[in-house]
Design a protein around this ligand. Structure first.
Ligand SMILES: Nc1ncnc2c1ncn2[C@@H]1O[C@H](COP(=O)(O)OP(=O)(O)O)[C@@H](O)[C@H]1O
Ligand SMILES: [Mg+2]
Length: 448
């Protein structure tokens, strides 16, 4: 970025210099043209005056001398030749005829001896007939020359100053852009460094709009995900420690009691220990499950189209034996085809968890499945005629490791359900009346 800006700055400077070079050439040429132009104008005036002093084949020397006098004043050394090439008169001769005071005055303005260049020849005419020629060359005139030099120098000076201003401006602009453009990048860099040091709470703000803004957005999204995963993991770890402690403590107590001979019924003691071991196994399985659910936060969904009623009845049929064991009737409502694009594997795990709860927490009666479409999307409903959930624990059932008083589980099932549904872009709601039954309704987004 900085290099590119530096190159852009260099390009601007080069352009400025180039344009000023061109400009300078043009100005000098124009000035040259102007000086030459005035010189020619003056010369024509002298020519006209000289021609005007010729009449009827002879020169009027008074007017001719005046004309030459003027020519000198205008900065020319001149000679007049007749048709035979013989000199009629010249500037030096005219000047020598002046009074001493006039000579002094003239010499302060022009110096005839300063003329060094070649004479240029201009033909003289009278009434359409050539009468001779005028030879002219420029005199150097210190005052005027000085002014010319001054003008040229001023021009150059002006160009240099404006180049410096333009270049400086370009430099300032480049610096400004370098700082301005690199600020969001620096913000990003700082945030990434902070994150590398372990601060997952960093977010990049104030970089809306362009690519850097989108990069910042992605960064924030990533930070969010990492922070979330981090806190989930922390919570899970502390929950697991807590969950491990109880069975281990119970096992320790039983073992010690047996060793100390406090209990005589070793078979019962071992049975108690076996129950705790089973709990531990279930815990480990649950942890595996929830870890998988978490992992799917970072994995892509495997979308596939399913026919929802068909999917439900197939799934229900796999659970029927389990329900039948408890004498429960499990049924799925007959519904029209309803095509849904979702992640079928995840949906299956969600429904298995809810259905196994329904079977577990229902002693007599039935479990009914239904599905359809409402304004929130596709829905699936699982109703049971079981013990119900007390009002004050309705919000808790989705929390990790929460379980009701009668539960023999580990309290991870509904937490897994909720996390999976979040990943799938869906949601879940529970409706229950204690002693009468429970209804879970889940919604899936329309992914078509
Ligand atoms: N269909 C249901 N009927 C009554 N209570 C339920 C039902 N489903 C879940 N629960 C309550 O919600 C709690 C949390 O459920 P879950 O997360 O699956 O944990 P677990 O089943 O391991 O106890 C259960 O312990 C139970 O008290
Ligand atoms: Mg459960």
């Amino acid at each position: 970025m900085r290099n590119k800006l530096f190159l852009a700055f260099l390009a601007v400077i080069l352009l400025v210099l180039l344009s000023h070079l061109i400009y300078e050439q043009l100005i000098t040429r124009d000035f040259e043209d102007y000086v030459n132009g005035t010189k020619i104008d003056k010369l024509y005036w002298v020519l006209a005056s000289v021609e005007g002093s010729y009449a009827d084949g002879t020169w009027d020397y008074t007017t001719l001398h005046d004309a030459l006098h003027w020519a000198v004043m205008l900065g020319f050394d001149v000679r007049i030749l007749d048709m035979g090439g013989k000199e009629v008169t010249n500037a030096a001769a005219v000047m020598s005829m002046l009074s001493p005071s006039m000579k002094r005055r003239m010499s302060s303005i022009v110096d005839l001896s300063s003329a060094t260049g070649q004479f240029e020849e201009y033909p003289l005419y009278e009434g359409g007939k050539e009468i001779g020629s005028l030879l002219a060359r420029r005199l150097s005139r210190p005052e005027t020359d000085k002014k010319e030099v001054l003008f040229r120098e001023r021009g150059k000076y002006f160009l240099i100053v404006s180049s410096v201003i333009a270049g400086g401006g370009a430099l300032l602009l480049a610096l400004f852009f370098a700082l301005f453009l690199s600020r969001p990048l620096r913000k990003m860099k700082d945030a990434v460094e902070a994150m590398a040091k372990g601060d997952l709470t960093v977010r990049v703000s104030g970089t809306e709009g362009d690519e850097i803004g989108r990069l910042a957005e992605s960064f924030n999204y990533m930070a969010e995900a990492l922070q979330r995963e981090d806190s989930l993991r922390r919570r899970l770890t502390s929950n697991i420690a807590h969950e491990l402690r109880t069975p281990l403590a119970v096992m320790k107590a039983h073992t010690e009691a047996m060793i100390d001979g406090v209990v005589s019924d070793h078979a019962q003691g071992l049975e108690n220990i076996r129950l705790e071991v089973e709990k531990l196994i279930r815990l480990v399985e649950g942890i595996e499950d929830i870890t998988k659910a978490e992992a799917s936060f970072f994995a892509r969904l495997d979308y596939a189209g399913i026919d929802l009623p068909e999917f439900l009845s197939r799934l229900a049929s796999t659970m029927v034996p389990l329900a039948a064991e408890k004498g429960l009737e499990m049924s799925t409502m007959e519904r029209e085809h309803l095509r849904v694009v979702t992640d079928p594997e995840k949906l299956e795990r969600v429904l298995q968890n809810i259905l196994s709860n329904a079977i577990k927490y229902t002693e007599t009666g039935w479990i009914k499945l239904d599905c359809g479409r409402d304004k929130k999307g596709f829905f699936i409903e699982i109703r049971d005629s079981g013990m119900g959930i007390p009002d004050h624990t309705k919000e808790l059932v989705f929390k990790r490791f929460y379980r009701g008083d009668t539960s023999t589980g580990i309290g991870l099932g509904l937490a897994i359900v909720k996390e999976l549904l979040e990943v799938m872009g869906g949601s879940i709601q529970v409706d229950s009346a204690e002693g009468k039954g429970t209804t879970f309704r889940i919604w899936l987004p329309d992914n078509r």
